[in-house]
Design a protein around this ligand. Structure first.
Ligand SMILES: Nc1ncnc2c1ncn2[C@@H]1O[C@H](COP(=O)(O)OP(=O)(O)O)[C@@H](O)[C@H]1O
Ligand SMILES: O=P(O)(O)OC[C@H]1O[C@H](OP(=O)(O)OP(=O)(O)O)[C@H](O)[C@@H]1O
Length: 191
């Protein structure tokens, strides 16, 4: 049986990468997709493949990605290997832009979306504490926080205002109850 493609989306600073790492630590069978980003690795963040913009465009042109997008001034790509892992039966979790969810949904039979949310003041203080972006860039990221979900896209809203461990436990419980096939409901869960 094919694995699940689990998209994690939400505003910058909400905790996508932290939550994904917590989930993978709790369940080593879960694969976290390693993204290709035209961002210097020295800036830190998740474990990603940092490439030049030129190298990114070449890889994109050569068909290296199943999904790619542009946000926050950087190019992002999801490598073809993710589709192989899903085909081999692994559950793969991917930090995605909300903008590419329809394309992702079209690619995978077992597809689901977790939308992380947090209050605006929480986002602002987390972005500031992360210390990766300057004040202007933080403002731009906050301005994009309410970027709309694609119309009709089924998703599970999970609040990450509280402790990380609580969010991880809530998502684990949700994932244990869903096959990620059609019929998933748009419920809001409060940890
Ligand atoms: N539940 C949480 N409680 C406290 N801090 C958190 C929580 N979730 C994430 N963080 C912190 O917030 C910052 C942003 O998290 P990150 O995972 O980088 O978010 P994103 O990937 O959505 O941009 C990081 O410094 C991270 O350690
Ligand atoms: O279209 P949106 O849904 O607004 O998402 C835009 C981008 O924001 C996140 O990037 P990234 O992981 O680099 O952001 P981070 O700095 O918050 O980790 C997400 O993974 C997308 O690449």
């Amino acid at each position: 049986m094919r694995g699940r493609f689990i998209a994690v989306v939400g505003p910058s600073g909400v905790g996508k990468d932290s939550v994904m790492e917590g989930l993978a630590a709790a369940d080593p069978s879960l694969v976290l997709a390693r993204r290709v980003i035209s961002r210097p690795t020295a800036l830190g963040g998740e474990d990603f493949d940092g490439v030049s913009e030129r190298a990114f465009r070449k890889a994109e042109h050569d068909g290296a990605f199943i999904l790619s997008w542009h946000a926050h001034g950087w190019h992002y790509g999801i490598p073809q290997s993710v589709a192989l892992e899903v085909a081999q039966g692994r559950d793969v979790m991917v930090n995605l832009s909300r903008a590419v969810l329809p394309q992702a949904q079209a690619l995978f039979a077992r597809f689901c979306v977790i939308l992380l949310r947090a209050d605006r003041d929480v986002l602002a203080s987390r972005l500031s504490a992360r210390n990766r972006e300057d004040a202007d860039e933080i403002e731009r990221r906050l301005a994009r926080a309410d970027f709309a979900m694609p119309s009709g896209m089924r998703h599970q809203v999970i609040c990450n205002n509280g402790p990380l461990a609580q969010t991880v436990a809530t998502i684990r419980q949700h994932l244990s109850q869903t096959a990620c096939t059609a019929g998933q409901s748009n419920q809001k869960i409060k940890p």
